[in-house]
Ligand binder design. Sequence first.
Ligand SMILES: Nc1nc2c(ncn2[C@@H]2O[C@H](COP(=O)(O)OP(=O)(O)O)[C@@H](O)[C@H]2O)c(=O)[nH]1
Ligand SMILES: [Mg+2]
Ligand SMILES: [Zn+2]
Length: 326
Amino acid sequence: MNKPKARPVLSQAKDLEPGLVVATYGRHCLVETPEGRRLICHPRGKKNQVVVGDQVLWQIAGDEGSIEKLQDRRNLFYRQDEIRTKSFASNLDRVLILIAADPEYSESQLSRALVAAEAERIKPIIALNKSDLSQPFAQAWERLAPYRAMGYSVMPISLSPRSPVTDDGVTALCSHLQGLTTLVLGPSGSGKSTLINRLVPDALVETGEISLALNSGKHTTTSTRWYWVPALDGSAEDGAARTALIDSPGFQEFGLHHIEPTRLADCMPDLRKHLGGCKFYNCTHLHEPGCAVLAQVETAEHPGSISVRRHRIYAQLFEELGQQRW
Ligand SMILES: Nc1nc2c(ncn2[C@@H]2O[C@H](COP(=O)(O)OP(=O)(O)O)[C@@H](O)[C@H]2O)c(=O)[nH]1
Ligand SMILES: [Mg+2]
Ligand SMILES: [Zn+2]
């Protein structure tokens, strides 16, 4: 009689160890073990393509590791960077959109990032940096009025150590990050590296000045990275939840292609509020008579609750998403 065969799957399972993906470099990634050890891992096959924030099971292979299993994700934040490679982060609690008084931010990019977060039901926070630059700051702050009105937290901050202001707003911002995992997004020059260096003293993230001094674009951050923020960890009483920031390069060409155009208004809180009131059930909120959204768009005669700029951004995105093949 044949002996029952050993079950290779089970015996292999014994060697699998849990880990957290803390950085990605092309197809390779850096995995951190629960003890805090970090090692390079390679995904096994195409299916296990991982992103920062992923929980995985890995196995030692020489002095590196091989990813054997990707645990289910709570959410997955999609975007495309300026060199058009896809990059993502997963299992997020917050998306912090860091913009600045200078360079001037693009409202369309801001709206795209907000839509991407809403689509994954991740709470976004907006921080407007460089409050020490009073004049441009006042203008930028004013431009954000619709975003405050639609319910987003918009925090004024100044991260520059050189130009101290009475309240730099950083403590208030930190109270929104404590015990959570936050993806930091923002255009180049908004202060992302400055923020991370301030909160993570060991991070040594290059700020604009350093890469300028090195006079090379090569030295700017090119991968998505996870940073623990021990200074913001909760106390033992509140569950000792750890705080983490994820730094991700680039803000351009926000990939929203996974969102169907008919879902778009639902990802924009100022429009969402009026959904259901339109005459036609399949209203696109672009030109239909009896549209409850269009009725709220502000005009010279009538102060609506939806700004003209936001409706224009909606129309642009709607058209763009409609051109995708489903
Ligand atoms: N005036 C002023 N400059 C700032 C502030 N925060 C950052 N900067 C400067 O803005 C530039 C870009 O910052 P950096 O952190 O490299 O931006 P990143 O491209 O988003 O990583 C650097 O020269 C910083 O020193 C601020 O609050 N006020
Ligand atoms: Mg930077
Ligand atoms: Zn409508």
